[in-house]
Design a protein around this ligand. Structure first.
Ligand code: GAL
Length: 413
């Protein structure tokens, strides 16, 4: 090589070096509560430790409805974020719009197919390519309780809905709010699907909320589900409208309320507040068989720029990495998506979740959460939630609710 060629190459390297700032990511997510923020900080720290520059785009609002609206606005304006908290069939919906990046190279290099259960991997793949990276497995069908409040009132964790109703009536009599609830559509849907799993059973749940079977949607059992929702409406305090889920969890923490029905991100709140499971708070699956799973994941959006693309590859690698899967999930209240992460450091609620997940997987009662966007596309789950929340917030009869449910689903197809 001549001297001048060398000089030009050196210059080119310098210029490239100056323009190449290293991995970058703008990350859109809705993890803004105490436990959630502590959890996502683990990813930010790992990304920074690996040379990445993180631009945070948090959009507050439990369940992610506001975040998904913000995402649509960004994509429509041609300025998609590099990485987005996205899950379930919504991943496929965005893939079909042709806006997702392909992360197959990372998935193959990291051997994701060998460490993820097939049921989880299926949600992360689009037409045979990898289009999202899973973070965890949250269970939705949980009931949380203040341990002292139950003990002081001689109440055990309910194992049937009848026991729950009897305990709640007794607590109400004693001046305690039986059920901490936030009147937001997604929270109504969360309680509703836990009740539905208990009353319909796993097969009935699948027929109703995966297969959208009309007979099941209008069955006497579904009427009973709405009856139980009406009963539970009587167990929430008058200030419930609009309340955020983490404020409802705080009511259980401070003994103002006895129970909350919520996914195990609620455990993340208890833990972030320094509470101990089995001592300060209790966890149990809601009455009935089965397990409703909610797998958080991140999808990468197609963007230009080497720094951003490197950032996407680094994020994807870290997210499914063993260390992140352990530390993040210890904070978040969920369990790792990877099957090869040791659970030694996890608490009794997490161990119960892991055991129930594998038992329900074997018995065929491991089911996707409809309320958290794992079972249905947005149009269908939205149609169901509209009816659930209208019923909860009015004096609509259960018979009317099931008719509306079937009609709303039919219209959404
Ligand atoms: C869920 C999400 C959880 C948790 C919750 C409340 O949809 O999967 O990670 O953050 O919303 O915001």
């Amino acid at each position: 090589m001549t001297k001048s060629v060398l000089a030009v190459s050196a210059l080119a390297l310098c210029v490239a070096g100056a323009a190449h700032a290293g991995p970058e990511a703008e990350v859109l997510h809705w993890w803004t509560s105490g436990g959630e923020a502590k959890s996502v900080a683990v990813l930010q720290e790992e990304f920074a430790a690996n040379g990445g520059t993180w631009t945070d785009m948090p959009v507050a609002g439990g369940g992610g409805d506001a975040a998904m609206q913000a995402l649509r606005a960004r994509v429509l304006s041609g300025n998609a974020p590099t990485a987005v908290q996205l899950k379930g069939p919504a991943i496929q919906e965005w893939y079909e719009e042709g806006v997702l990046a392909d992360i197959t190279a990372v998935a193959e290099a990291e051997g994701w197919a060998d460490v993820l259960p097939a049921s989880i991997a299926g949600h992360m793949q689009c037409d045979g390519t990898w289009c999202a990276a899973p973070v965890n497995v949250h269970r939705v069908d949980w009931i949380w309780a203040n341990a002292d409040v139950l003990e002081a009132n001689g109440i055990a964790m309910p194992t049937t809905w009848e026991e729950f109703n009897a305990a709640a009536a007794q607590l109400q009599e004693a001046g305690i709010i039986p059920l901490a609830h936030g009147g937001q559509a997604w929270q109504d849907a969360t309680v509703f699907e836990a009740v539905a799993l208990g009353i319909l059973g796993a097969d009935g749940f699948r027929k109703a909320f995966v297969e959208l079977d009309e007979e099941t949607l209008t069955s006497p059992e579904m009427v009973a589900v709405f009856d139980q929702m009406r009963t539970m409406r009587g167990f929430v305090d008058p200030n419930f409208p609009g309340r955020d889920w983490n404020l409802a969890t705080a009511m259980v923490m401070n003994g103002e309320a006895a129970f909350q029905i919520m996914g195990d991100w609620a455990k993340g709140e208890f833990l972030a507040a320094g509470k101990t499971p089995g001592e300060d708070f209790l966890c149990a699956s809601t009455p009935g068989e089965g397990f409703l799973y909610n797998v958080d994941s991140f999808a990468m959006f197609a963007v230009d720029g080497e720094d951003k693309q490197e950032g996407q590859a680094l994020l994807a690698e870290l997210i499914v990495g063993e260390n992140f899967q352990e530390v993040f999930n210890l904070n978040k209240g969920s369990i790792p998506a990877r099957t090869d992460v040791a659970l030694d450091a996890f608490d009794s609620c997490a161990l119960l979740s892991a055991a129930d997940m594998s038992a329900s997987s074997e018995s065929g009662s491991l089911l996707p959460s409809y309320a958290h966007g794992m079972a249905l596309r947005g149009a269908q789950s939205g149609a169901i939630t509209d009816v659930v929340t209208q019923h909860f917030n009015s004096d609509m009869s259960s018979e009317e609710a099931v008719q509306q449910l079937a009609a709303a689903v039919a219209n959404s197809l």
